[in-house]
Design a protein around this ligand. Structure first.
Ligand SMILES: Cc1cc2nc3c(=O)[nH]c(=O)nc-3n(C[C@H](O)[C@H](O)[C@H](O)COP(=O)(O)OP(=O)(O)OC[C@H]3O[C@@H](n4cnc5c(N)ncnc54)[C@H](O)[C@@H]3O)c2cc1C
Length: 395
């Protein structure tokens, strides 16, 4: 059965959920997701979320983001993200998100390519903490309906504008959802790869649709490979060993148990060094040692990693684990302006499926949750403004 809403949002990760939370309560919003509402990469984020701690850190945070992005970042987007970060964290706390504290103040951790600790975290399940709280708040709203196991198959284009989407349910039923505004928040492309940390159902569907409708795309070749995922011979999603493990002191070793790289260099540089080392050694992995990290820190900061490795047969408090690079993040995507508007009227794109230029050629660790939230809110704000404008013009 066809439906009509004020806004339709494709995806229930942080980008989709935060868009919904920032839209007015008197507007009808439909959200769809290809799987169940919890199965998004947002739930998997381990390391944390960056924030501008104080004005003195602005230049250094800006420079770290630009350097990691090989200076191909859109400077305006980076500035917007950094300047908005404090308010976004306030919003999250308001929605019930809890971050690790050091007494009354926030505790900060550090990851590769960050010149100082500026990452807020919740053990090693920050994404789950943020996304589950946002999902709970969205579920409390009477004006938002979530349809699970419902896949966007296309957008509805009318006179060069986006008028909604077409969808297919699990049972194969096809229908249309008409909407004044459409927000694509359908995540990354990891499902297209054999080895990826992403959910397999994230296959860049919005990009395919955008291409079909001649919507502007950008940097489709900018794909981030994460240097350290747990090596496994089993098929399926690769388990991430968060960068903050190296940020806290973990070291990489070759087959002779010798260090071969500065572990805190940007992801692409560490990945290249690992690949070269594997080739030299004739191995399928290198070793990661968490021995420099105190056992109490491992158990309190990385309980998820500790448990998962134990299930796979490794006690990280006592032994090294084999790690290998895998596809992790997509910096390119549907081109959007600073308010997440695509090149098609009434169509927005937010989160990993969009490219607002924040990450340039390579993403700085823990910038993506923040970027998704900042630019999702901006999309919602612009939609609100456009409604106000229409109302004024109608009077
Ligand atoms: C293992 C892992 C660890 C990470 N750690 C961090 C971290 O510590 N800090 C950080 O900042 N970032 C981290 N990231 C990156 C970050 O989690 C993601 O970039 C971010 O969550 C993307 O959010 P999103 O809302 O754009 O997409 P997602 O959260 O992936 O959500 C995509 C949504 O779109 C839906 N969807 C997809 N296609 C369709 C379709 N055709 N029809 C309907 N629905 C569709 C999906 O079902 C899903 O609901 C990590 C990523 C991974 C994989």
């Amino acid at each position: 059965m066809n439906k009509k809403a004020d806004v339709v949002i494709v995806g229930t990760g942080v980008a989709g959920l935060f868009s919904a939370l920032n839209l007015p309560d008197d507007k009808e919003i439909i959200m769809i997701t290809k799987a169940d509402a919890q199965s998004s990469d947002s739930f998997l984020a381990q390391g944390g979320i960056c924030v501008l701690r104080d004005e003195q850190d602005y230049d250094s945070y800006f420079e770290d983001t630009m350097r990691a992005g090989h200076y191909e970042n859109r400077k305006e987007s980076v500035d917007i993200m950094i300047r908005s970060s404090g308010k976004i964290i306030e919003d999250l706390v308001g929605y019930g998100v809890e971050f690790e504290k050091d007494g009354e103040a926030f505790a900060y951790t550090r990851e590769g390519a960050h010149s100082r600790p500026r990452i807020l975290f919740h053990a090693d399940v920050t994404g789950k903490e943020i996304t589950s709280k946002l999902l709970a708040r969205v579920r409390e709203k009477n004006n938002v309906t979530i349809y699970e196991y419902t896949t966007m198959t296309d957008i509805l284009e009318e006179n060069g504008k986006c008028a909604g989407i077409t969808v297919k349910t699990k049972s194969g039923e096809e229908s249309s959802i008409y909407a004044d505004y459409t927000i694509l928040a359908s995540g990354g492309i990891g499902g297209l790869y054999q080895h990826s940390t992403n959910f397999p159902h994230l296959t860049g569907d919005a990009l395919e649709v955008a291409k079909k409708h001649h919507i502007r795309l950008e940097h489709l070749d900018y794909v981030q490979i994460h240097p350290t995922t747990l090596y496994s011979e089993k098929p399926g999603r690769r388990f991430l060993i968060s960068e903050s493990v190296r940020g806290e002191g973990a070291l990489l070793y070759n087959k002779n148990m010798e260090r071969f790289v500065d572990e805190l260099l940007p992801r692409d540089v560490v990945t290249r060094a690992i690949r070269e080392q594997m080739e030299k050694d004739g191995t399928n992995f290198v070793w990661l040692s968490m021995a420099p990290i105190e056992k109490e820190t491992i158990l309190s900061h990385f309980p998820n990693i500790y448990e998962h490795c134990l299930e796979e047969g490794y006690d990280v408090t006592k032994e090294c684990i084999p790690v290998v690079p895998a596809q992790h993040y997509f910096m390119g995507g549907i081109w959007v302006d600073k308010n997440s508007h695509t090149s098609m009227p009434q169509l927005f794109a937010v989160g990993e499926t969009s490219c607002n230029g924040v990450h340039g050629a390579n993403r700085l660790a823990s910038n993506s949750l923040l970027e998704s939230l900042v630019f999702a809110k901006r999309a919602a704000n612009l939609i609100k403004e456009q409604w106000c404008l229409e109302k004024e013009q109608a009077v």
